[in-house]
Design a binder for this molecule. Structure first.
Ligand code: PHE
Length: 409
């Protein structure tokens, strides 16, 4: 067996980073294709229901981490070339994967909410749209060449980035189709006994490469089924603390599920939100701007070292909807999803739950009254009142029909 490479120490002006030296390993790129994904895409295309159309439209959105003029592309490129990450392999994995890989292998309890169809997008037969790139751990460690590299060198590093899909709220910083950048480092314990500070050093290296050395940041405890401990990183941004990633030390059970002996191997892993990083970096006030085709916007987004100058914003039109519904009929995430479907993201800036109120005497047992505010605003033109009225009344009709809701006038 070859002698293990050493971990280089390099002292920078203020902080000490522990750069990982992957020598003699050099970056290699792997692409995993899936026949099953092709089949499922075919079946989706043949289906005529709205859910299938919706899934296809999400899958068809461009991957901004691979779109050269997007700030997400620049963020990814910057991370890929950092001293610690520059020799990490790259892997591209399918977008439609079995839920057993996403959840069972990664230690999700049977009743974890992420498993439900109100959080994840189910395609068919237990296959889902990937909710994060972290599932690449499995695809990477399954590769015989990678297993051999680990055997020979005692360490491995890999990154995976791209689109991920989660049912989510609607506001300036949330979208159901977003992008993440994941990293995984695996090492034999006799070479390096990884501690939390090793992980924190890498996260700082990443964050400071974007936000500068004066960045104020904090780490706090988080919870992921596949890491222990789990850590989140928040940074100070315009007087607020904002979360930019989840990370941790791979859970021994997951290491085992992926075919390695947790007595022998350890490591660290992270997942940064690429949209979030780009938005914070450039001070972009609305996530929809990242997909804008308005030349006044796109022109500005080509350089991530720019601060975004808002182009004139068109006025919002605000409408509320109040209704009473039987609790078992309504699922909040699905309600957001319906708004995306019947109104469309391009017309909705924000959906706020103003009021949620149960009163058995007034509405009956197990029934709740909701008041939801919809802020209608398009990024490229002024919406007329008539147009918004039409969208809003469509929303009321659908709410009434799909959820058997009583609209309150
Ligand atoms: N997958 C997590 C997320 O989606 C981030 C993460 C990656 C956490 C790797 C731990 C380890 O937020």
């Amino acid at each position: 067996m070859k002698k293990a490479p050493s971990v280089g120490l390099s002292s920078l002006s203020k902080k000490t980073y522990t750069y990982i030296n992957m020598n003699p390993l050099q970056r290699k790129e792997y692409t995993i294709t899936s026949e099953k994904e092709k089949l499922l895409l075919d079946t989706l295309q043949k289906r005529t229901d709205t859910e299938a159309k919706r899934l296809l439209s999400y899958l068809a959105l461009p991957d901004l981490t691979r779109t050269p003029h997007s700030p997400l592309y620049a963020v990814v490129q910057r991370l890929l070339s950092l001293p610690t990450l520059k020799d990490f392999d790259l892997i591209t994995i399918p977008e439609i994967i079995p839920s057993s890989e996403v959840f069972d292998l990664f230690n999700f309890p049977k009743d974890h909410p992420a498993r439900t169809s109100s959080d994840s997008y189910y395609v068919e037969g237990g296959y889902i749209l990937r909710p994060h790139p972290s599932v690449m751990w499995k695809y990477y460690l399954d590769l015989p060449e990678v297993q051999q590299k680990l055997e020979e060198n005692g360490r491995l590093g890999v990154m995976c980035y791209g689109k991920v899909y989660r049912r989510d709220e609607i506001d300036w910083q949330h979208s159901n189709v977003l992008h993440q950048i994941d990293g995984l480092y695996i090492v034999r314990k006799d070479i390096q006994n990884v501690v939390q500070q090793d992980l924190e050093a890498v996260l700082l290296e990443v964050a400071e490469s974007l936000f500068g050395k004066n960045l104020k940041s904090r780490f706090s405890v988080d919870h992921f089924p596949y890491t222990d401990p789990s850590i989140e990183m928040v940074i100070s941004w315009r007087d607020q603390w904002v979360e930019i990633l989840g990370s941790g030390i791979p859970h021994p059970q997951v290491i085992k599920n992926l075919g390695l002996d947790p007595e022998v191997y350890t490591g660290w892993a992270f997942g940064f939100g690429a949209d979030r990083l780009a938005m914070l970096k450039m001070q972009i006030p609305d996530i929809r701007l990242l997909r804008s085709t308005d030349e006044r916007v796109t022109r500005q987004l080509t350089n991530i070292d720019n601060v975004y100058e808002p182009v004139s914003k068109y006025p919002p039109v605000v409408r509320d909807i109040s209704f009473v519904v039987t609790d078992s009929e309504l699922n909040i995430n699905q309600y957001y999803e319906m708004i995306r479907e019947v109104v469309g993201d391009e017309y909705v800036e924000e959906v706020k739950f103003l009021d949620e109120y149960r009163n058995a005497e007034r509405w009956g047992e197990g029934r709740t009254s909701y008041t939801i505010r919809i802020v209608y605003r398009n990024l490229e033109r002024t919406l007329t009142n008539e147009e918004v009225d039409a969208l809003h009344s469509k929303l009321m009709t659908e709410t009434e029909q799909r959820y058997k809701a009583a609209i309150r006038k």
